[in-house]
Design a protein around this ligand. Structure first.
Ligand SMILES: C[S@@+](CC[C@H](N)C(=O)[O-])C[C@H]1O[C@@H](n2cnc3c(N)ncnc32)[C@H](O)[C@@H]1O
Length: 209
């Protein structure tokens, strides 16, 4: 991680009020695919990591039993809670949680069926991403849907998808290997852009061909 958790939290809290106003076409395409692949059922608990202002958490809420939205930035979560209230959504819980410890507690009896994460894991170094994927596996979720800045080709600092001083995207191959190392089958890899991927990892499913 190029910045500490505290630095990232402060950085996001500072821009939380404007965060939703400055998104790229690829970000929306990625978020839509994460929501589509997450596809929770009415009895499912979804854990959304790096939930921010709730792009994914609020979008899947009407299909799920409950959504545990976890983030390190109180400012981003305050925006998320405000949006939930505005939209009359009452089954999303925003609370502090890090990738390495999402602090699920005994919420929904500690059950997690689907894990989602969009545009957040790239803040961690590759070893920390592997640890985060191990933590996702340990929740017992049957499906993980990860949308993120991830490199299909070599890095291109000219592109707007990440700032090398704060972001640390992995290659798609590194992420796929991390999921398979935790016993998941990777059932889909969507190429949103050369530097933006959606990866779907499932337990007991056929591997993507
Ligand atoms: C670019 S925003 C994405 C927010 C949201 N998922 C979306 O799609 O709009 C990245 C989020 O990741 C959070 N974040 C950064 N590092 C984190 C960590 N170690 N654990 C949990 N969340 C983290 C930030 O606070 C921020 O809200």
């Amino acid at each position: 991680m190029k910045r500490t958790v505290e630095d990232h939290a402060a950085r996001f809290s500072e821009k939380a009020a404007e965060y939703d106003d400055s998104k790229s076409e690829e970000y929306y395409a990625c978020a839509d695919l994460v929501v589509e692949h997450a596809d929770p059922g009415p009895d499912d608990v979804v854990l959304d990591l790096g939930a921010g202002t709730g792009a994914i958490a609020l979008a899947v809420a009407s299909d799920a039993e409950r959504v545990l939205a976890r983030d390190i930035s109180e400012g981003m979560m305050a925006e998320g809670r405000r949006k939930a209230e505005e939209r009359g959504i009452d089954n999303v819980e925003f609370a502090y949680g890090e990738f390495r410890d999402p602090e699920i507690g005994d919420n929904a009896d500690g059950r997690v069926d689907v894990v989602t994460s969009n545009f957040a894991l790239h803040h961690l170094a590759d070893a920390e991403k592997r640890e985060a994927i191990r933590v996702m596996a340990e929740t017992g979720a049957r499906r993980v849907v990860l949308g993120d800045v991830a490199l299909f080709e070599g890095p291109d600092p000219e592109e707007p998808f990440y700032s090398p001083d704060v972001d640390d995207p992995a290659t798609v191959g590194t992420l796929v290997e991390a999921f398979t190392a935790e016993g998941f089958a990777v059932t889909a890899v969507e190429r949103v852009h050369d530097q933006v991927a959606v990866i779907v990892a499932e337990r007991g499913a056929a591997i993507a061909g």
